[in-house]
Design a protein around this ligand. Structure first.
Ligand code: NAP
Length: 311
């Protein structure tokens, strides 16, 4: 599809924030295109169950993302599945270059590029990726039926995924670097009542060990005593948060020290006409409902911006 041309709004990123922004832009009758290089739905497309999206009691991430896409398309949103290679700021118009070479320009851009899973950065992690090391329990849990796995992290994702893995595996070690979890109370309560899960507190993984073909153990270190030990595990699932996908963010757009985009309450960035929504935006909570709300706010603010510019 030739996507090049002039639009009123270009949305970069097709997760809940971008898709909601698309829906609102189309309802505001703005000439809009959404660009997504990977899976539409973003991170939620590979999430297991979503239990906290208001009004939707229990749905898989995949089904929710399909609904979001269908809903946005129903309002006529043009979606282009291609990689963005460059975003440039301008005075009246900003531009987006695609891998195909197509150039798109628009008065307003909505950046909803999300984040990427964070890596532990220990020996063995890259080597055994796909052979015991995983960042997605829904995708890979099946391969560890009746085996022992280690899960790393203390947030909602780690706890949810540990609970999921406990249904399939023989034993789950939840390895956390502190003595308390960051995860919500409801998930913590479920965790402690699951007998197959053992929490290993104040501990980090120093190395992932294997036999050359697949993972067989991890080397642990107690952060209080410095003591090391080996723990047998057939798989290591890592859920330690994510980093912003900031490599496409133009240098004129202000970001914080971690690379998250700084916005005002209209999701406006430091560059007029550029808005940020969802996980790329600096904020307190990264939830699907918050990403969707960001998409709405960014689209309404972009619509207002375009209207003022046109006048
Ligand atoms: P998160 O809340 O940032 O938690 C990351 C966890 O990994 C923390 O426990 C952190 O430890 C640990 N960690 C970070 N770097 C580490 C390292 N290098 N080595 C060892 N441990 C490390 O990330 P998340 O769990 O992916 O959640 C992201 C956001 O999505 C959150 O706002 C969360 O509430 C939301 N979420 C919600 C749901 C739900 O409501 N159903 C599900 C999933 C995610 P410390 O605690 O010591 O910092």
């Amino acid at each position: 599809m030739n996507a090049g041309g002039t639009y009123e709004v270009i949305i970069v990123g097709g997760g809940p924030a971008g898709l909601t922004a698309g829906l609102y832009c189309k309802r505001a009758a703005l000439e809009t295109v959404l660009i997504e290089k990977g899976l539409l739905g973003g991170q939620i497309a590979i999430s297991k169950d979503v239990e906290n999206y208001p009004g939707v009691e229990g749905i898989t991430g995949f089904d929710l993302s399909e609904r979001l896409v269908r809903h946005a398309r129903a309002f006529g949103l043009k979606i282009v599945q291609e990689e963005v290679t460059e975003i440039r700021t301008g005075i009246d118009f900003h531009s987006v270059r695609l891998a195909s070479g197509d150039l798109l320009i628009a008065r307003a851009l909505i950046l909803s590029v999300g984040g990427t899973v964070r890596k532990l950065g220990v020996p063995g992690e890259a080597e055994y990726l796909g052979s015991g090391v995983s960042y997605c329990a829904t995708c890979d849990g099946f391969f560890f039926r009746d085996l022992t796995v280690a899960v790393v992290g203390g947030g909602d994702t780690a706890v949810e995924e540990a609970l999921y893995l406990s249904k399939l595996t023989k034993k789950v070690y939840l390895i956390h670097r502190r003595d308390s979890l960051r995860a919500s109370r409801i998930l913590q309560n479920r965790l402690v009542s699951e007998p197959k899960i053992e929490i290993v507190w104040n501990t980090v993984i120093r190395e992932i060990l294997g036999d050359g073909k697949k993972v067989r153990a991890v080397t642990l270190e107690d952060v209080r005593t410095g003591e090391g030990r080996e723990l047998s595990a057939d798989g290591v699932f890592i859920f330690i948060g994510y980093s912003p996908n900031s490599h496409l963010i133009p240098p004129e757009v202000r970001v914080n020290e971690q690379g998250f985009v700084i916005t005002d309450d209209r999701c406006a960035t430091s560059v007029p006409g550029i808005f940020a929504a969802g996980d790329i935006r600096q904020k307190f909570a990264n939830q699907i409902v918050v990403a969707a709300a960001d998409g709405c706010v960014a689209a309404l603010a972009a619509a207002h911006y375009v209207e003022v510019q046109r006048a």
